[in-house]
Design a protein around this ligand. Sequence first.
Ligand code: ZN
Length: 161
Amino acid sequence: MKHQDMDTDKNTDLSTTENEIRKHILLVRDLLNKMVVEILKRSNTHDQSKLSSPEIEYSMKYTQKLKDADYGSPEYLAIQDEMNEALEHHYACNRHHPEHFEGGIQEMNLIDILEMFCDWAIASQQHPKGDIEQSIEVNQQRFGYSDDLKEILRNSIKLLK
Ligand SMILES: [Zn+2]
């Protein structure tokens, strides 16, 4: 017996089907490559604004103090307060920070989120008490992102190893 009601008249031949699949594969490849170019741009420009005024002067004054404080602690937040001018400048120049956007994290795109995640990952590796899992948890309160995004970020920790 024929396969359940399969209407063979409407079947597409093998080469047409393959061509359509290949076309889809190539279009997705092109789009992914476009995303790669965006990521490469970020990798070349990340935090460049920190190397010039006013950020560099604040970094000289406060980097050690920030290292000595626990991320997100009252002490850490007090130091951040004193660095306000530099932070405002940094956020204005860098879209990998939710503070760059009036509407916060919900206005970010996938590339912004990826750069932000890499930033948190390296910052937590460079801080003696840093821990990416902890940063993802603490930053959910700070930036108000959903449990879905939190899980997606947590799932991506594996990519760091
Ligand atoms: Zn930054």
